[in-house]
Design a protein around this ligand. Structure first.
Ligand SMILES: NC(=O)c1ccc[n+]([C@@H]2O[C@H](COP(=O)([O-])OP(=O)(O)OC[C@H]3O[C@@H](n4cnc5c(N)ncnc54)[C@H](OP(=O)(O)O)[C@@H]3O)[C@@H](O)[C@H]2O)c1
Length: 272
């Protein structure tokens, strides 16, 4: 665990003593987001499919930071999972002040040779579940005139990514959803923010089947989480948590997209 004992003062100021819900908390960026929130004194609902991991994390965070925790096992490939998560929290009288839509996965390789079921499951987890969860939790935040929602997108959301084609398309969806909602709900005191990491230390590459060299020099998940959460607390509509990503996104605005996509295709083309 890399969070400092006191956590970020920005997070503490906005959320200490409140309840947050983190999807995909059993690994990688989601686990780091949970750790940062816990260090700031935020009580947590942790959800994903791997119950053992969630229970171990919940116990560790409760002991280290004296927060309350709740574990909800849910598979976001199932269309009714968001309603079950809502029923077990807001539906049971537990207000959620910070909703972190983090769960997601990628699928690397030539689109035409890929498993169609895996591609559509990715759209379900990365997009449909995000829409459903946000739709369920947002109205109560608006009614309370306070709330914060993070949607984890990616720097893959800033250009097409051949060989991660569906994944990058899901992340454009996430980014645009977050940025649009941020404008809609700002007048009601609710923040929505797209966190757009680049290569980050996690299980993502292994799950996606990506070559290891695509993750060389990856950012630590704790750094991504801290920057994303501080951006959300401060009302930023999007956060790219590292300088090279910010610079890359800025520069490619001035280049023809076809040229950018061709360059990305060269970098991502499978070697064999
Ligand atoms: N790592 C990167 O380089 C990178 C870069 C940009 C954006 N991102 C984004 O960051 C987010 C987190 O990814 P990560 O890098 O932390 O990957 P990770 O280490 O593989 O973690 C993914 C998390 O999502 C959960 N998840 C996956 N499928 C699920 C399902 N069907 N139902 C419920 N939970 C599910 C996993 O939990 P279970 O397996 O226990 O269900 C796990 O907790 C994703 O949205 C990803 O697109 C990652």
């Amino acid at each position: 665990m890399t969070s400092s004992a006191q956590g970020s003062s920005i997070l503490r100021k906005r959320w200490q003593g409140k309840w947050g819900l983190v999807t995909g908390a059993s690994a990688g960026i989601g686990m780091a987001l949970a750790e940062e929130l816990a260090a700031a004194g935020v009580n947590l609902v942790l959800t994903a499919r791997r119950q053992d991991r969630l229970q171990a994390l919940a116990a560790k965070l409760a002991t280290a930071f004296g927060i309350q925790t709740k574990v909800l096992v849910a598979d976001l490939e199932q269309a009714d999972a968001p309603e079950q998560i809502f029923a077990a929290t807001e539906g049971a009288g537990q207000s959620i002040d910070v909703l972190i839509n983090n769960a997601g996965f990628g699928y690397y390789g030539e689109f035409s040779k890929g498993d169609p079921a895996r591609q559509t499951a990715m759209v379900q987890v990365n997009c449909s579940a995000v829409v459903a969860l946000t739709n369920l939790f947002l109205p109560r935040m608006i009614a309370r005139k306070r709330g914060d929602i993070m949607i984890v997108a990616s720097t893959a959301a800033y250009q097409p990514v051949p060989y991660l084609a569906t994944y990058a398309a899901t992340k454009v969806f996430d980014r645009f959803l977050a940025e649009a909602l941020a404008q809609e709900v700002r007048p009601f005191g609710v923040h929505v923010s797209a966190l757009c990491p680049g290569p980050t230390e996690s299980e993502f590459g292994q799950v996606a089947g990506s070559p290891a060299d695509q993750f060389r020099g990856s950012q630590k998940a704790s750094s991504v989480a801290r920057k994303g959460l501080e951006g959300l607390a401060l009302g930023r509509q999007w956060v790219i948590p590292y300088f090279v990503g910010q610079a890359g996104v800025f520069v490619q605005r001035f280049l023809p997209r076809r040229m950018v996509t061709a360059g990305v295709a060269k970098a991502f083309r499978p070697k064999n």
